[in-house]
Design a protein around this ligand. Structure first.
Ligand code: ZN
Length: 296
């Protein structure tokens, strides 16, 4: 089994450094002790798995993540793949689709970046705002082939929720297994019809920016979840927070990882989302998604 029984945050970054483009130290999430403290707190609340979608070139650090896992007992799933265009390494420009595929398959079968830590998810592979650049297309093509060969799931990044429908069209055209794909950041669309159309196609979706109220109020997230529940799509939604900044953590006065369980879940329950649906999003759906089709 990939996941342990318990709650799973499906889209996080234990350590990530986007500071070279964003030009602020805050976007270098490298506060080891504070992350350990928060993961321990999550563990005490029943969280057992974190799916860490950090990849090249978000300055991933698989050994750092492993040390956090060792210190907290948290099962942290690590990823292979490449992000959206402006963060892509030259590596992607210079390599063919076949070379990118081989790179990912090696990280899945042997280990990430010369460690023996095997990638268990491909992602977060991204598209830019309202478009897929030629380099992103290469990454998507390689990811579909790597998925077909290894059977592991794909998780995507949409920029502010845009281009999600086109990502799905791409996966369909390339014969990818839609029930092994989750489209990320869909809550940022704020558009329930847009999300329902995705669910109609057979993919999973993530409300993975919970607590980022500067983008979207949580009450809107809750209202969209209510509608999804009404339409009967409760089996294919995950929740997460996508914490990427030091200032998101409690020691800096941020909301911290526990916000999802301590604040968002009560808000959802108060406003009519069922506790059954909450349990599905936090526990059952991630397990179904990550463990599906694996040899026991
Ligand atoms: Zn993302």
């Amino acid at each position: 089994m990939v996941l342990q029984k318990g709650i799973t945050y499906m889209h996080e970054h234990t350590t990530i450094d986007l500071s070279r483009l964003k030009n602020i130290d805050d976007t270098n999430l490298n506060c080891f002790d504070e992350t350990v403290a928060e993961y321990k707190k999550l563990y005490s609340k029943g969280v057992r798995n974190i799916v860490d979608v950090t990849n090249m070139d978000m300055r991933r650090n698989p050994m750092y993540v492993k040390r956090v896992s060792d210190e907290t007992n948290m099962n942290i799933i690590q990823a292979t793949g490449f992000y959206q265009d402006k963060f892509l390494p030259e590596f992607v420009t210079n390599h063919t689709v076949k070379q990118l595929t081989d790179f990912m398959i090696k990280e899945i079968n042997e280990g990430i970046a010369n460690t023996d830590i095997k990638a268990q998810i491909i992602g977060e592979i991204g598209t830019s705002k309202d478009m897929m650049t030629p380099r992103e297309k290469k990454v998507f093509e390689a990811s579909v082939i790597a998925q077909k060969e290894t059977g592991i799931p794909i998780t995507t990044h949409t920029t502010l929720g845009t281009y999600g429908h086109e990502q799905i069209d791409f996966f369909k055209e390339h014969g990818a297994n839609l029930c092994k794909i989750v489209i990320g950041h869909v809550d940022l669309t704020g558009d329930i019809d847009y999300i329902l159309h995705m669910l109609d196609q057979g993919v999973y979706v993530e409300f993975d920016t919970v607590g980022k109220e500067n983008y979207q109020p949580d009450l809107l997230r809750v209202n969209m979840l209510k509608e999804i529940e009404k339409r009967g799509y409760t089996d294919r939604v995950f929740l997460s927070m996508d914490i990427t900044r030091k200032s998101n953590l409690e020691y800096m006065g941020g909301i911290g990882y526990s916000y999802l369980l301590d604040k968002f879940v009560p808000l959802a329950l108060e406003n009519g989302v069922s506790s059954k649906f909450i349990t599905k999003m936090l526990e059952e759906n991630p397990a179904e998604f990550m463990n599906r089709g694996l040899k026991k």
